[in-house]
Every structure is written in C-alpha cells, then in structure tokens.
Design a binder for this molecule. Structure first.
Ligand code: PLP
Length: 428
C-alpha cells in the first residue's frame, strides 16, 4: 500500500494527477497537498473489509490526525463518524456537518466546562476516569447514554509516547475496576451503552491488536455479567499503522478484518452480548498517506556533512523531530532517478534537531529542486506551529489533476493577530 510513485511525461511526480512541481510553482512552498481519492480509497478499503464480515460496523475517524475541513467533509460524505478528543474537535466536526450522534468524545483530563460543552453538543461521551464520571453526574441529564474507555493492559505503538494501553498509560479505567464502575454509573442514573479501548498508534503487527480485542471482549463480558449492562457498541480504537518506509509491509487489511471479526463474533456468543455495533477509530490509516509536504531546496551546503536546506521545518512537520520518525522523501522533479548521494535534509528552524532525514540516499540534489515528503497526512499539519515566527503553510486538495486551495497560507499579520500590547508599552 506504500503510495505508488506516479510520474507524468515531464518525469515529474504527480499527486492525484497533478504535477507536484507545478503545484509548488503555483502555490509556493512549503505546501501540503492532499489527494482526495486516496482518502476515499483508504476509508472504503477498511470499511468494506470489516462491514462485509460484520455488517453492524462503524468507523469513527480520529480527527486529531487531520482536522482540515475539506478532509472532514470528504469523510462525512463517506459515512464516517468522528472520534474527537477535545471541545475544539467537537466544534470542528459539527461545523464540518457531522451530526452529534456520529461524534464520540474521548477526552482526557477533562474540565467541568469541557464536559458541559460536550453534553450541550449532544455527543456521546467516553468517560476516562471515576473523577470524570462523578463530575459528569452533576451536570448530565438523567439517563444520559455514555461509554467508558478502559485500559486493557495491552499497549503497542511506533514510539513510547504513542502507547496508550498498559500499566504506564494515563488513559482509561483499570480493567479490574471496570465492572464496578459500570454498576456505579447505573446507580448514578446513567445509561452506559458503550465500551472502548485504544491501545496505541502506528501498529503494523496485528498481534497486539488481537490481544486488545480479546481483552476488551473479556472485560465487556464481565461487565455485562456483573452489572447487567447491554452494549450498543464496542469500540476497539484506532492505531492501524501505515508503512513509512518502502520496505515495510502494510497491514493485510482483509486478514486483519477477518481475524478481528472472527474473534469478535466468538466472544459475543461466549458472553451472550447480542449484536452490538463494532467500531474502529483510525486516524493515520485513513489520511496518513494521502498528503505530501512539498518543500523547496534553497541551499546545498558542504559542511562537515552534506546538507540540503529546505524551506520547511519541524514547525511544518514535527514527526521526525518529535518521534524520530522516518518520512520517505522524493525529488519531485525526477523521483525515479537513481539514488547517487547520501545527504542530510535539514529544515529552516534554528535548532539542530530540525532535520527531515540523515544520510538519505537520493538522486543528486540541486538548489531549486522540489522535495516531496511522503505520508504527511496524519499528525502533520495538525501538529504544525508558528515557531520561529513562520506562518503556517497553505494546503491544496487535488482530484483528477485539478487543485484547489483548502487552507490559505498564513501571513505575517496572522502571527500577531491575537496579541495586544498594554498601552504603557506602546511606542510613542
Ligand atoms: C489518536 C487516537 C486514535 C487514532 O489513532 P491513529 O493511530 O491515528 O489511528 C483513536 N482513538 C483515540 C481515542 C485516539 O486518541
């Protein structure tokens, strides 16, 4: 599933049928380019694989991966729900046209006012702690339908920071107290209808995910036996990984779906859980490989090492600096040329850690070349900042070779827009 490298008759990289070098010339760099059909294909592949095997299946797109309105609209059209982790994401989802019933709010360390916002918005609240339950009880209407996030003591992920299950994780309710907490919720007047776990991110090996499914089903079974709760939905979270390196194997989604739905059905009948909706909350899997970050080489520098300096930095794409993540990079002007040199690709932020790649094998690079950083659709723009007072880049959406701006490039004025200077400090 590693994105195919498509090239036009000029030998330039194309994205969704559009010439990447032309896009860079026309809209400037750095530039995020989103391939609409790639998002739709990813969604449909996943949806089909699961719904063919278990018809009561729903995807809640984890929008923290990419909250762009155009991306959200595409997924709303596809029939997705939303996994929101903050009031801002709930707001954005509503503005993108998602019905509140299609939004699941999985907050973490949530304030009372955030809970009130979620209750007023009418979204499903996925409760993370006893504290949250107690505080929710004070504002929630009688009979509010809720779900709980439990920590199934299984974790996995591409980086320590992305493991969200297991003993070290701050997320969810301990599995040993799950049944008790559900009973407590019933006593408090709630109607618990869902159970949820999300064990981590960037998972390419089905095994830990299978363990989490098994564990969550056993917990659901126990909760149902001990508290009499009937589940409308069981949500296994997201975390489905994508290959970032060409040699990495993608998840075999058919096999993955077959194993998970198989185990799910077995456990449903073992515990007599009926036919709840099965949910997944993929973020990265849906949008990760659908965007490219285009950045132009402005400096080729021979120092102690050989550097290609570009006009983007970790303010634009944080993952390499934050997680040490690998992102495959193409020279958009000639992506199929043979790799002849090893070079560091360095950003323009004033920190030594601002590198997109070390010793990367690439075709010979010249000043003025456009580089395409692949797999820049998830946790990319959504983590961008104005650090070093650099306005955030533009985003364009491409489909059938046509491109449209879906987010304007910020300006210098945007850097100052929310600031005020006390009158006594104004320059006279
Ligand atoms: C981040 C997150 C996801 C999605 O993670 P991906 O690795 O992008 O699939 C799903 N559910 C919850 C609760 C999350 O916090």
């Amino acid at each position: 599933m590693f994105p195919d490298i498509d090239v036009n008759d000029k030998g330039h990289l194309t994205i969704g049928g559009a010439d990447a070098v032309d896009l860079a010339d026309r809209y400037g760099t750095p530039l995020y380019v989103i391939d609409e059909m790639r998002i739709r294909d990813n969604y449909r592949r996943l949806y089909r694989a699961f719904s063919e095997r278990y018809s009561r299946f729903q995807i809640f797109y984890a929008c923290k991966a990419n909250t762009g309105l155009a991306v959200m609209r595409i997924l709303e059209e596809e029939g997705s729900g939303i996994d929101a982790v903050s009031p801002g994401e709930i707001y954005t989802s509503l503005m993108a046209g998602f019905e509140p019933e299609r939004i699941l709010y999985t907050g973490n360390n949530v304030t009372d006012s955030e809970l009130r916002f979620a209750v007023d918005a009418g979204v499903m609240i996925n409760v993370d702690s006893r504290s949250q339950l107690r505080r929710l009880a004070e504002i929630a209407p009688e009979g509010l339908r809720i779900s709980f996030r439990v920590n199934p003591l299984v974790g996995a992920g591409h980086h320590e920071h992305c493991i969200t299950g297991g003993e070290m994780s701050k997320f969810g309710i301990m599995e040993s107290e799950a049944a008790e907490v559900y009973s407590l919720a019933v006593d408090m007047g709630f109607e618990p209808v869902g159970i949820h776990a999300h064990i981590g991110s960037g998972i390419l090996d089905p095994e830990p995910f299978m363990l989490a499914v098994e564990s969550l089903m056993d917990i659901a079974g126990r909760v149902s036996e001990e508290s009499g709760v009937e589940f409308d939905f069981i949500d296994f979270g997201g975390g489905l990984g994508i290959p970032y390196r060409p040699e990495e194997e993608p998840l075999d989604i058919e096999e993955f779906a077959s194993r998970i739905t198989g185990l799910f059905r077995e456990k449903l009948s073992e515990y007599g859980l009926g036919k709840p909706v099965m949910c997944l909350e993929p973020g990265r899997y849906i949008v990760g490989d659908a965007s490219y970050l285009l950045t132009r080489v402005n400096t080729v520098k021979e120092s102690y090492r050989r550097f290609a300096g570009v006009d983007a930095g970790f303010n634009t794409l944080l993952r390499p600096a934050m997680y040490g993540s690998y992102h495959h990079i193409l020279v958009a002007d000639r992506p199929l040329d043979e790799a002849v040199e090893e070079i560091d690709i360095a950003g323009n932020v004033c920190e030594s850690g601002d590198l997109f790649a070390r010793d990367r094998k690439l075709p010979e690079i010249h000043e003025g070349d456009v580089l395409a950083v692949m797999n820049a659709g998830a946790y990319a723009f959504s983590m961008a900042s104005q650090y070093n007072s650099r306005p955030r880049p533009a985003e364009v959406l491409v489909r059938d070779g046509e491109s449209e701006v879906v987010r304007e490039r910020e300006t210098f004025a945007d850097l100052l827009s929310k600031q005020t200077v006390p009158p006594r400090l104004l320059k006279r």
